[in-house]
Design a protein around this ligand. Structure first.
Ligand SMILES: C[S@@+](CC[C@H](N)C(=O)[O-])C[C@H]1O[C@@H](n2cnc3c(N)ncnc32)[C@H](O)[C@@H]1O
Length: 213
């Protein structure tokens, strides 16, 4: 099975119905981040912020948290606060033990849909790594969940500072949404085009439809 487009993946899901079967296919999507686009993302995060505040939603055991720390360090960014969170207590505890000697990193038991205690426009970047596929799955295949995902996008947009990014990826194959409040307040994000892959076009529709209702 070769997934060339998100549609292929969605068709496969509808027929097979579970994510584990998709994870067997490392080529599920072909939207890849390049080192240049990663530089660009970290440039957005650090723009106008000498000590950026970053959230990571769905950090699991902290594998991708370590990846973010290493990317920040490679770019000479050593002053930051990274709050990594997950809904599974055992994973949060595991991740907490991994980062016990890193004062820049904090671990929280928190859902990505609960940012209610975080002030408006206070965050410089939100990562949700290897979680993009469940995001799209919920939108396309489990229609009743689409409101939860609209709420998620609204909340992440509320807490992000102007022009700061939300990065949704699957195996580092990525879509980057940049907070947009100047162009149209009803569409809180615009997609930063790092690729002309059809996935980007599909994702634009995901963003466009709910916010125009
Ligand atoms: C596929 S794993 C990815 C974990 C990690 N980012 C990685 O790549 O190793 C998805 C993670 O999202 C977490 N998760 C699911 N729903 C969540 C939510 N609403 N808020 C935060 N985390 C969530 C799961 O517990 C799981 O650890």
């Amino acid at each position: 099975m070769n997934f060339k487009k998100i549609e292929d993946l969605l068709r496969f899901l509808k027929e097979n119905g579970n994510w584990d079967s998709v994870y067997e296919h490392s080529n599920a999507l072909e939207v890849a981040l390049t080192s240049q686009s990663i530089d660009d993302i970290f440039g957005l995060i650090t723009k106008d912020s000498s000590a950026p505040l970053i959230y990571e939603s769905g950090c699991g055991s902290g594998v991708t948290t370590a990846q973010i720390c290493s990317d920040l360090s490679e770019r000479g960014i050593n002053k930051y606060r990274l709050v990594a969170h997950d809904v599974r207590k055992s994973l949060v505890e595991l991740a907490r033990s991994r980062f016990s000697d890193n004062d820049n990193v904090g671990l929280e038991l928190r859902s990505g849909s609960d940012y209610s205690d975080i002030p408006d426009e206070s965050v410089d970047g939100i990562f949700s790594l290897n979680t993009m596929v469940p995001f799209l799955h919920a939108y396309y295949c489990v229609e009743k969940d689409s409101q939860a995902h609209r709420d998620y996008l609204r909340e992440t947009s509320r807490v992000l500072t102007e022009e700061k990014p939300l990065i949704l990826t699957y195996l580092w194959k990525s879509l980057v949404l940049v907070k947009n409040s100047k162009i149209d307040k009803d569409i809180p994000f615009r997609v930063k085009l790092y690729s002309n892959h059809p996935a980007v076009e599909i994702f634009l529709k995901v963003l466009d439809e709910p916010f125009k209702k």
